[in-house]
Design a protein around this ligand. Structure first.
Ligand code: ADP
Length: 271
């Protein structure tokens, strides 16, 4: 019966004796599915009214408004943009949660993707007047097999967090390298860092170390949850190394089977 979900646990004891326990988790699965569907539908329904509100606000902002009204319109625009990011992140997250595996994988050219993210981070640090020194180091000719939009979203979330949580003129380093254990993308910053008690919970939805600082930083509170789900779907995992006041390193580790030699792609396109 495809509607029945069972969870099995096998325990060995004695000489070759085994105990098999089957737990019926059908109800739990159904509840989880209902929650996911609700979040996906609600986010989807919120999109249109938000677009309309933003459209009207922007039309008003083009007029010559008295100063208090112009200020109010500016606030409305900022909040509408924030709500749009939230709705988009909720939609993305519910799509990612619906399966633990990517449906089809493609070879992703990492160099242009990471160069683009590097450039976007430089624009963000300028916009926030933080003037960070951001470096990009590509130490491998291997690319990744996977979903381009998902990985782009995961990597840029890590990089934009580094910009948000690093004070002005700090250093941020992006690096891609491979070794026998697979491929690694890391983002290091010398920013505010994170106390170790928070680290195990950072990838939970809306978990924030410092609510006031985080919500004013422009994030949605869903960034690391998105990163975690994207990595799980690629058979990869996230490791976080951080010290308060010193900085943080977020690293994504991909298994060797997700690596593709960049030279193979060139031969393919040439042929
Ligand atoms: P947010 O939108 O709040 O940034 P995230 O899920 O991306 O949500 O991150 C969760 C929390 O982890 C953040 O609110 C912040 O407290 C902490 N955090 C994430 N990245 C960093 C970093 N590079 N340095 C310090 N703290 C960080």
């Amino acid at each position: 019966n495809s509607d029945l979900h069972l969870q099995y646990q096998i325990t060995s004891f004695g000489e070759g004796d085994r105990l098999l326990v089957a737990r019926d988790i059908t109800r739990l699965r159904r509840l989880e599915q209902t929650r996911q569907d609700f979040v996906a539908n609600a986010s989807h329904e919120l999109r249109t009214p938000l677009t309309v509100i933003r459209g009207y606000v922007e039309t008003f902002m083009d007029q010559d408004l008295p100063r208090p009204l112009a200020r109010a319109m500016g606030q409305m625009q900022t909040q509408a943009i924030r709500m749009e990011s939230l709705v988009n992140d909720l939609l993305l997250l519910s799509r990612l949660e619906s399966s633990n595996h990517i449906a089809d994988e493609h070879q992703i050219q990492l160099r242009p993707m990471l160069e683009q993210i590097h450039q976007d981070a430089q624009v963000l640090t300028q916009t926030q007047q933080k003037d960070h020194a951001i470096s990009l180091q590509l130490d491998s000719d291997f690319d990744l097999a996977g979903q381009e939009l998902e990985l782009h979203s995961a990597f840029s979330n890590l990089v934009f967090n580094a910009v948000r949580y690093t004070p002005a003129r700090g250093r941020i380093a992006l690096r891609w390298w491979t070794d026998a254990s697979g491929g690694h993308f890391s983002v290091s910053d010398d920013g505010i860092g994170i106390d170790s008690i928070h680290i195990p919970r950072l990838t939970e939805r809306f978990y924030r170390v410092d609510e006031s600082r985080s919500s004013s930083s422009g994030g949605t509170g869903l960034g690391l949850a998105i990163v975690k789900h994207v990595l799980v779907r690629h058979g990869a995992h996230l490791s976080i190394d951080s010290r308060p006041g010193k900085g943080s390193t977020f690293s994504c580790h991909f298994p060797p089977e997700m690596l593709v030699d960049a030279a193979d792609r060139q031969t393919e396109t040439a042929g």
